[in-house]
Design a protein around this ligand. Structure first.
Ligand SMILES: [Fe+2]
Ligand SMILES: [Fe+2]
Length: 332
């Protein structure tokens, strides 16, 4: 299979939030539609990427302008070879993040099935098929890391215990919002990069496969988020809104492991700080988080003084959502 053989019309997904819904019937209909789509269009990263083909030594591993240091003085001082090495290290950091995130997503899907009432309904069957796709994705990410010749980054020990506690978070809106944070943010950069002919062919093909299959996951998670919001009482919803905002605040600063900067002799803290202060930070953050935050806003998750302040502090709100929030504040 070549990159071109994946039709662009398969990249669409549902983006609407409906207000009146026959929840269970819609859930079943959506799960059945997604199951049919999974049967129609599934890929295998082991077979659908030519792993025997050599890498292109002069091509970067990601779209240059989305690099975390692009546009900073530190970046301008790097040689071309260092820029290539940094792009490879940042790609490894994001792939490592992707594997961690997919393991977490699978854990949540398995928890949902385990606590569910019916092991054979359409929603459960779709969750199982999504887990199968995620495990293939993580295999594909691991293969690409091996192709770079680098090791995946190990997470700091201090993070291990808090990450284990994620499994105890009640299955409310924040679980699905967390899923969207990972899937939609990566989706945005991958849609852009898969069309970028300047980057490594292996990376483009991997992204194309991932975007196609994740479109289903995003549709499913958006629907599950809307259902979870419907099911929540006012206190639970307020807590979940706050937790979603806190997660959003951390997603961009932690997306690329700062250990990547060491590959070109830049200290971790210095590189991370330069990335946070980059003149392109807001543009990149709002580009990557934009569609998801637009959905959060439509779904009523961006409300209340503290929650809205956290979203503003994330510097990821797109202009139209910022304007809508200002209008709402003036109307109050
Ligand atoms: Fe995935
Ligand atoms: Fe996914």
């Amino acid at each position: 299979m070549t990159i071109e053989s994946i039709a662009p019309e398969t990249l669409t997904r549902d983006t609407t939030v409906e207000t009146t819904r026959d929840v269970e019937a819609e859930r079943v209909a959506l799960a059945e539609r997604l199951l049919r789509s999974t049967a129609d269009r599934a890929y295998d990263g082991d077979l659908d990427i030519d792993w025997d083909a050599p890498i292109a030594p002069d091509k970067p591993w990601a779209t240059e302008m989305r690099g975390t240091l692009f546009g900073t003085e530190i970046y301008a001082a790097l040689t071309d070879d260092q820029k290539l090495r940094l792009s490879r290290a940042e790609a490894v950091a994001i792939l490592t993040y992707g594997i961690n995130a997919e393991i977490g997503l699978c854990t949540n899907l398995l928890r949902g099935i385990f606590h569910g009432k019916d092991f054979a309904d359409a929603s459960t069957l779709y969750s199982l098929s999504e887990i199968a796709e995620e495990t293939r994705h993580s295999t594909m990410f691991g293969r690409l890391i091996n192709k770079t010749g680098m090791e995946p980054y190990r997470r700091p020990k201090a993070l291990s215990m808090p990450l284990r506690l994620i499994g105890f978070i009640p299955h409310g809106p924040v679980v699905y919002a967390g899923t969207l944070l990972v899937e939609e943010v990566l989706d945005r950069v991958q849609r852009e990069s898969m069309a970028d002919e300047t980057i490594q062919p292996h990376v483009r093909q991997l992204m194309k496969i991932h975007v196609l299959e994740e479109a289903r996951h995003i549709t499913f998670a958006r629907n599950e988020l809307a259902d979870a919001i419907d099911r929540s009482g006012p206190v639970s919803l307020a807590i979940n809104r706050l937790l979603c905002a806190a997660l959003t605040l951390f997603v961009m600063p932690t997306l690329v492991d700062s250990q990547a900067y060491k590959s070109v002799g830049i200290g971790q803290l210095r590189g991370w700080w330069a990335a946070q202060r980059s003149p392109r930070y807001r543009e990149n953050a709002s580009f990557m988080c934009g569609p998801m935050l637009r959905y959060f806003h439509e779904a009523g998750l961006i409300k209340g003084r503290v929650t809205t302040a956290l979203y503003r502090a994330s510097r990821a709100l797109p202009d139209d959502v910022l304007q809508a929030i200002r209008d709402e504040e003036r109307g109050q």
